[in-house]
Write a protein that binds this ligand. Structure first.
Ligand code: NAI
Ligand code: MG
Length: 356
């Protein structure tokens, strides 16, 4: 097969880890006889410096014309004092909207060889396998108005949590479809005791669940979910929730079984190319040192193979290679609590490629 992949390395370690994902995809292409064509685009702080905007129109068009997008990370202290429209994160929010990336999938998988890296005891995390489905283009992060106001003569501020019912339906339906192929359980997380938006969310989840008689639905309040994730993560299979709750809870879940440097994600589009990225940021504290863990980016590439290209065997080959490299004892610093010798980013990339 032939596929066009747009790579948006972004800032900081984004550049270092996407290089690994590209090289691993090239190795997959060679082994399985596919042609992956890579082209590069600009986003984030690096785009601000070059084009004066965090997401040039050219990048958007380029992504729309591709089969899939691979993103690194954006941001860094250099741009933290910029006005809101010139912040790297704006580029990220904008690309989600432009590509209609309505569902962010973040799996948390257990690696036996990394059990000692977890903040939880092994008995709590052994065989944890959960999947976050986070709504990505609505809710509090996009609602208008979002501004400073003066009300009753007082300095004040307003953010808006806005959802169309259809936006809830499409992401909740996807969660059920995914659960059908997994352990047939959906946990819908909300704050229905307080928020009207959550009460509608709950109604929609109940409605959709009728189409999936084999899938069990439970509702859970977000504060309880935050607690259960660390006390009993094994109880979860698929967790579906709105944008901000999902942002917070999925970061919490990602460290359960190891490191931020291991957690991949897919952001699925309803009508165009999907986007794949590690969930971590640009890590300015370690950027440029060749010590970042490239596995989250590499595992994001595996999700691309599976979800955008339907290449099951190829995706499995990448995941197996990562497992084998870990089992053989190779560790970058972030997952190396129990070893003395760390490998660099580029050594880790080479080991995975060699396994493939
Ligand atoms: P971060 O994820 O960049 O880093 C948090 C901590 O984890 C740091 O100590 C970092 O060194 C470590 N870390 C992260 N990824 C790692 C990897 N692959 N290997 C080894 N260690 C790793 O989050 P932070 O520090 O809150 O944000 C830094 C910048 O990244 C900010 O400008 C933030 O806005 C941006 N950011 C961007 C995201 C994106 O592009 N999707 C997501 C999160 C943050
Ligand atoms: Mg986040």
């Amino acid at each position: 097969m032939e596929k066009r992949i747009v790579v948006l390395p972004g800032d900081g370690i984004g550049k270092e880890v996407t290089k690994g994902a590209v090289e691993v995809l090239q190795a997959v292409g060679e082994r399985f006889g596919h042609q992956f064509h890579f082209t590069y685009g600009s986003i984030g702080g690096e785009a601000i410096d070059t084009y004066g905007t965090p997401l040039p129109d050219e990048t958007i068009q380029h992504c729309k014309d591709s089969d899939a997008v691979l993103l690194g990370a954006v941001g860094g202290p250099k741009w933290d004092t910029q006005p809101p429209h010139l912040r790297p994160e704006r580029g990220l929010l904008k690309i989600r909207k432009e590509l209609n990336l309505y569902a962010n999938l973040r799996p948390t998988s257990y690696y036996d060889s990394l059990a000692e890296n977890s903040p939880l005891k092994k008995e709590y995390i052994e065989n944890v396998d959960l999947l976050f489905v986070r709504e990505l283009t609505g809710g509090l992060y996009f609602g208008k108005p979002s501004e400073r106001v003066e009300r009753d003569g007082k300095e004040a501020v307003v953010d808006t949590l806005y959802y169309q019912k259809s936006e809830m339906e499409r992401v909740i339906k996807l969660a059920f479809e995914l659960a059908e192929k997994r352990d047939q359980k959906v946990t819908s997380v909300d704050k229905a005791n307080v928020l009207e938006s959550s009460r509608m969310w709950r109604e929609v989840a109940d409605e959709i669940s009728r189409q999936f008689p084999n899938v069990e639905l439970e509702h859970m309040l977000v504060d309880n979910a935050a607690m259960q994730l660390v006390t009993n993560p094994k109880r979860f299979d698929v967790i579906v929730t709105e944008n901000m709750f999902g942002d917070i809870l999925s970061d919490e879940a990602s460290v359960l079984t190891g490191s931020l440097g291991m957690s991949a994600s897919a952001s699925l589009s309803e009508d165009g190319p999907s986007l794949y990225e590690p969930i971590h940021g640009s890590a300015p504290d370690i950027a440029g040192q060749n010590i970042a863990n490239p596995l989250a980016a590499i595992l994001s590439a595996a999700m691309m193979l599976r979800l955008s290209f339907g290449m099951q065997e190829e995706a499995k080959a990448v995941e197996t290679a990562v497992n084998q490299v870990l089992d053989a004892g190779y560790r970058t610093k972030d997952i190396g609590r129990t070893v003395n010798n760390y490998v660099s980013t580029s050594e880790m990339i080479n080991e995975v490629k060699a396994m493939i």
